[in-house]
Design a protein around this ligand. Structure first.
Ligand code: HEC
Ligand code: HEC
Length: 307
C-alpha cells in the first residue's frame, strides 16, 4: 500500500472513492469509466482481432503472403480483385453490343434501336476520352482540326472510309497511314510572293470571294501547273490525297486572304494519330459508326471492312 492508497476515502458528497491525491484541500475523485464507454472499448478490441483474422490487415514481407505485400485474411478480400471483377462484368455487358455491331451496316444500326443506343453511348464515351481534345467536345473542330458534324470530308465519309482513317491515322506513324504532303510553296521558294498572291486570288474566286480579275487570271495558270494535280483542275479536291475541296466556303485553315496565303506559303501538315494499337477493332467500329451518325456520313448501306 502506497502512501496515497492509505489516504483513499469515500467522498461523502458523490459517494465515489478518491484517489488519495490532495492539493490544498481539493481531493481527486477516482470516478470509474462509464460502462457504455468500457463496452465500446472492449468491443473495439474484439472487432480488431476479428478484423485481423478475416481481412487484409498486416504488412508482410514479400513472398510471405503470396503476390501481395500484406496478409490477405481468411476472407481473401481484395479491392483490386473487386475492381477487376467489376470491369469484367462491364466488358461482358458490352460484349453483347460489340458482337451485334460486328459486320452491321449503318442502315442496320439505324434500324435497330438497341444497337443504335449502344453505338451512341459507347461512341460518346470513347470520343470524349480520345478525340475531344483535338476535335472538340461536340466534334465541331478547330482551325486545322476538322469539324466531324458536317458533310465535308477530306478523306471520305463512308463507314469504311472513316474506319480506315481511325485505324491508320493521317500522316501518322502507322506504316499504312493515309498520307500526302502539300509543298510549302513560299518557304521552299517554289513560288514568289506575288505568284502566291495571284494563286490565292484564284483560289478565293473558286468560292466567289475574290474579284481581282487580273490576279485571278494569272493565278489560274499557276493553279493548273502547281495545284491541280492534288486539288483537281476544277478545284474540287481529291479524297485519295486528302486534298480539300477549294470551291466550297468551308475552310480547314481559315478563309481570309491572309490565312489562305499563309497556308500556301508554309504548306499544311495535319496529323491525326492512328488508333489501331490504342483501341480494339470493336471500339473502332463503334466510334466510326458514331462519327458517321454525327451527321454527314455517306452511303449508309456500306459495311465496315477489315475484319
Ligand atoms: C492529336 C489530335 C487528334 C486527335 C486526338 C484525333 N484527331 Fe481526328 N484528326 C486530326 C487532324 C489534324 C485531322 C485532319 C488531318 C488532315 O488535315 O488531313 C483529323 C481528321 C479526322 C478525320 C477525317 C475527317 C475527314 O474529313 O476525312 C476523322 C474521321 C477523325 N479525325 C476522327 C477522329 C476520332 C474519332 C478521334 C478519336 C479516336 C480523333 N479523330 C482523334 C487530329 C486529331
Ligand atoms: C501534293 C498535293 C497538293 C498540292 C500540289 C497542293 N495541295 Fe493544297 N492541299 C493539299 C492537302 C493534302 C491539303 C490539306 C492538308 C492538311 O489538312 O494538312 C491542302 C490544303 C490546301 C489549302 C487549305 C484548304 C482549307 O480548307 O483550309 C489550300 C488553300 C490549298 N491547299 C491551296 C493549294 C494551292 C493554291 C496549291 C498550288 C499552289 C496547292 N494547294 C497545291 C494537297 C496539295
Amino acid at each position: 500500500m502506497s502512501e496515497h492508497d492509505s489516504k483513499r476515502e469515500t467522498d461523502a458528497h458523490s459517494g465515489t472513492e478518491t484517489t488519495g491525491h490532495e492539493w490544498d484541500g481539493i481531493k481527486e475523485l477516482d470516478t470509474p469509466l462509464p460502462r457504455w464507454w468500457l463496452y465500446i472499448f472492449y468491443g473495439c478490441i474484439v472487432w480488431a482481432v476479428i478484423y485481423w483474422v478475416f481481412m487484409p490487415a498486416w504488412p508482410a514481407l514479400p513472398g510471405l503472403a503470396g503476390e501481395t505485400d500484406h496478409t490477405r485474411g481468411l476472407r481473401n478480400h481484395s479491392e483490386r480483385a473487386n475492381v477487376a471483377a467489376a470491369l469484367d462484368a462491364l466488358d461482358a455487358e458490352r460484349a453483347g453490343g460489340f458482337a451485334a455491331l460486328e459486320g452491321a451496316s449503318i442502315a442496320e444500326i439505324e434500324n435497330d434501336p438497341q444497337l443504335l443506343g449502344f453505338v451512341l453511348a459507347a461512341g460518346d464515351a470513347v470520343f470524349g476520352d480520345n478525340c475531344a481534345t483535338c476535335h472538340g467536345v461536340g466534334a465541331q473542330g478547330f482551325v486545322g482540326y476538322p469539324n466531324l458534324n458536317d458533310d465535308v470530308w477530306l478523306w471520305g465519309g463512308s463507314y469504311e472510309d472513316i474506319r480506315t482513317t481511325l485505324t491508320v491515322g493521317i500522316r501518322s506513324e502507322h506504316p499504312d497511314t493515309r498520307f500526302s504532303q502539300m509543298p510549302a510553296f513560299g518557304r521552299d521558294e517554289l513560288l514568289s510572293r506575288s505568284q502566291i498572291g495571284d494563286v490565292t486570288d484564284y483560289v478565293l474566286s473558286l468560292s466567289g470571294t475574290s474579284a481581282d480579275v487580273g490576279a485571278i487570271q494569272r493565278g489560274e495558270a499557276i493553279f493548273e501547273a502547281q495545284c491541280a494535280s492534288c486539288h483537281m483542275a476544277d478545284g474540287r479536291g481529291d479524297r485519295l490525297q486528302g486534298a480539300p475541296n477549294l470551291t466550297d466556303q468551308d475552310w480547314l485553315y481559315g478563309g481570309t486572304r491572309e490565312q489562305v496565303m499563309a497556308i500556301i506559303h508554309r504548306g499544311p501538315y495535319g496529323v491525326m494519330p492512328a488508333w489501331e494499337d490504342r483501341l480494339d477493332e470493336a471500339t473502332i467500329d463503334a466510334l466510326a459508326a458514331y462519327v458517321f451518325l454525327l451527321g454527314g456520313g455517306e452511303d449508309a448501306t456500306a459495311r465496315p471492312t477489315g475484319r
